[in-house]
Design a protein around this ligand. Structure first.
Ligand code: FES
Length: 363
């Protein structure tokens, strides 16, 4: 009986800590995450107290069999973690990679182009950049991060499942020939887009410095692939846990000040990163291309959702872009437009998480 209770307590601790820790990292509802996390830690600390001091807290007496108890707790923690993973599918905080069969798209895809997909009939259409295309197997790869309801739903698809619809390749390919020495800046998930662009630039004979920025070492992605796609790879982390300590713009400026002469810069990633990269390159008079990611719906120039202003003219990112002269883009306008649906997105994500929770609880 004691062994069963020990194991059950371990399961409880592992379950709550897993859900709390993961939710804390991957969703905005920090209060819920903290509650789960605290409950798990409470369970663990009670055990520690019980085992190592001999005092009875909640459940067990201490005894010579404490190593056996520890093993049971560990097994319980493992079981609880696995249950949390299976039920909620929330433990992966790294960006996910999805490969899908699309021979016609793979045959035509070029660096910088994207696809638009819908997971189900009622779902929103989301644009995702083509990370790589395998013409032999007729597949394309996209990399996405679970930040909203649609990407969470996409993450739940299993091998063999189908997307509801899928269109591409869309947008104009990135121009890659004849620059000389270039810097390609990738911010976070933007590295998944910077990778094929850097690769194409490199294959076209340019000398490429690929500068990839991440919040912290644990979420560095595609390092090996990026290393093979450029002349020099520079990894940066905001917290200094790996590579250069600071933002990609800091590393770019460091290289420029050390005497490197860049003929062109490509900035790909969050709007703020691209905005500040352009501010910097304007100061050094380096032509800069940015890959714009405004809200998109149809992807064919009909709906106007991806409208932005470039050099005082209205452009549509889906058909005129996604690449534009960064020094001409009105970033403040795009940032404001992209924030328009934030409340709806937050609600959709919370509804999706509720459905996951409800489904799990109802078995
Ligand atoms: Fe509709 Fe570009 S997505 S016009």
């Amino acid at each position: 009986m004691k062994a069963v209770r020990t194991f059950a307590y371990g399961v409880m601790a592992g379950f709550f800590v897993s859900i709390g820790g993961t939710a804390f990292l991957s969703i905005e509802n920090r209060v819920v995450a903290a509650l789960f996390f605290t409950t798990g830690l409470f369970a663990i600390s009670n055990y520690g107290f019980n085992l190592f001091t001999g005092k009875v807290c909640y459940l067990l007496d201490n005894g010579p069999g404490y190593l056996w108890d520890l093993a049971l707790i560990w097994l319980g923690n493992l079981g609880g973690t696995l249950i949390a993973t299976a039920l909620l599918g929330l433990t992966r905080v790294h960006p996910a990679l999805a490969e899908t069969a699309a021979p016609l798209v793979a045959a035509k895809a070029k660096a910088g182009q994207f696809i638009i997909l819908r997971v189900d009939a009622d779902g929103e259409r989301i644009p995702l950049t083509i990370s790589s295309a395998d013409t032999e197997n007729g597949t394309i790869t996209v990399i996405f991060q679970k930040v909203g309801a649609t990407t969470m739903a996409l993450d739940q698809l299993q091998e063999g499942d189908c997307l509801h619809d899928f269109v591409g390749p869309l947008g104009e390919p990135t121009h890659v020939e004849g620059y000389g020495r270039v810097a390609a800046l990738g911010g976070g998930l933007g590295c998944a887009i910077a990778l094929p662009v850097a690769k194409a630039l490199h294959e076209a004979g340019n000398q490429v410095d690929l500068i990839g920025g991440f919040k912290t070492k644990d979420i560095v992605i595609l390092e090996e692939e990026m290393g093979q796609a450029c002349t020099d790879l520079h990894i940066c982390t905001d917290d200094g846990t790996y590579g250069y300590h600071g933002f990609v713009t800091g590393k770019l400026e460091e290289l420029i000040q050390s005497g490197v002469k860049f003929d062109h810069v490509f900035a790909i990633g969050p709007l703020m990163m691209m905005k500040f990269a352009c501010k910097l390159t304007k100061q050094y008079e380096i032509p800069t291309t940015v890959s714009m990611n405004p809200i998109m719906i149809d992807g064919t120039g009909m709906c106007g959702g991806c409208r932005l202003t470039v050099g005082g003219e209205v452009k549509f990112a889906c058909v005129d872009g996604p690449d534009f002269d960064g020094h001409q883009v009105d970033f403040d306008e795009v940032i404001a437009r992209n924030a328009t649906y934030r409340d709806f997105e937050t609600k959709a994500r919370e509804d999706h998480l509720c459905r996951l929770g409800g489904g799990a609880l109802n078995g």
